[in-house]
Design a protein around this ligand. Structure first.
Ligand code: ATP
Length: 338
């Protein structure tokens, strides 16, 4: 069985300077860089290490780029695999790959593990199968569940692998299995449910106090009977919820707006010789819906057009032609120009 290996980048060479238009996400992710630069400090200060982050957003908006930038900023190895590389028919192969991936990352910690298209590996269980496809469904489902479980085990075991950060990326959060999603949504759910739990706990305390003839604090909690048991169960439940809350969180990478598009164009204009007469803000305004990837492509295309037109730098007319080529296609541009 050939074994896809994680692509490892000793140093990605990408930094937050290469990322534009998603400042909020970058701001939130700075925490991970601080941690990766000095995991021991977090440990010494008694701060729980950050676990995983799910990056959600449309294609080409910089999920992979920002993941690489985290590793690049911290100067740590970057282990990258696609979710589809874990999808196997043979039971146990996918989970073995997950184990292997995290094992290698732990050996070289601090490090970043990045799984792109994580939906391929962690799709929501369907629960629909017919008689004829029963055995196929079961084999595939069993394999997928084993792989997903292994991922959850690795994420839960991060305390033992301190210094490893997990990043997953998806365009389809709605497809993800709730087992993986739960922690991400958890901050909000956790708060709400905590409030309920606290109310219940308060009620139980009051009941316990009443039953125990007004004893307070530890005495009340120690009071025998159902109230005490419920309080204990509540505590266990909350601890369990807290554990899950720490497993992962979600960060949404949104498509860039006009200002973001301008910043992205500026980042990619650094690599081309651009005439000072080109007004990038005009393109940023007039290209709504263009992703970071498409804007990067625009600058590359404009440079190619400039070379073809024998210009010494990229002119506004080259930019216009590049926009046309990317929107209506080179053939049609050729016909129209020809
Ligand atoms: P997919 O969901 O298809 O995997 P993605 O969100 O991971 O897409 P990236 O692979 O990070 O997208 O982006 C592709 C390329 O587009 C990047 O290498 C970069 O050149 C450019 N790009 C995308 N977003 C940005 C951004 N926010 N700032 C600067 N460049 C960007």
């Amino acid at each position: 069985q050939s074994k896809p290996q994680a692509r490892v980048d000793g140093s990605t060479g990408v930094t937050f300077n290469d990322v534009a238009g998603i400042d909020e996400a970058v701001e939130e992710l700075q925490e991970l860089v601080r941690y990766l630069k000095n995991p021991e400090l977090f440990d010494k200060m008694g701060i729980k290490p950050p676990h995983g982050v799910l990056l959600e957003g449309p294609p080409g908006c910089g999920k992979t780029l920002v993941a690489k930038a985290i590793a690049g900023e911290a100067g740590v190895p970057f282990y990258q695999m696609a979710g589809s590389e874990f999808v196997e028919v043979l039971v146990g192969v996918g989970s073995a790959r997950i184990r292997d991936l995290f094992k290698r990352a732990k050996v070289n910690k601090p490090s970043v593990v990045f799984i792109d298209e994580i939906d391929a590996l962690a799709t929501r269980r369907q629960g629909i199968f017919s008689e004829s496809t029963n055995h196929l469904y079961n084999a595939a489902t069993q394999e997928r569940e084993t792989t997903l479980n292994q991922l959850l085990i690795e994420l839960d075991g991060f305390d033992t692998g301190k210094g490893v950060i997990f990043l997953g990326a998806t365009n389809r959060m709605d497809l993800l299995d709730p087992a993986l999603l739960r922690p991400g949504r958890f901050d909000r759910k956790y708060k709400r449910r905590m409030d309920k739990a606290q109310t219940a706990r308060g009620r139980e305390h009051r009941q316990a106090r009443g039953q125990a003839g007004g004893c307070s604090g530890a005495g009340g909690r120690r009071g025998s009977g159902q109230a005490g048991a419920r309080v204990k169960a509540g505590r266990v439940w909350r601890n369990c919820m807290a554990l899950q809350a720490e497993r992962a969180s979600e960060i949404r990478i949104r498509p860039p707006r006009a200002k973001g598009r301008l910043d992205i164009l500026k980042v990619h204009a650094r690599n081309v010789k651009l005439s000072p007469t080109v007004d990038l803000s005009c393109y940023a305004q007039n290209l709504p819906g263009w992703s970071g990837a498409k804007l990067a492509q625009l600058m590359q295309e404009a440079a190619l057009v400039a070379v073809r037109n024998k210009h010494e730098s990229v002119l506004q007319s080259d930019m216009d032609e590049a926009v046309d080529r990317l929107t209506i296609g080179p053939k049609r541009v050729g016909i129209e120009l020809g």
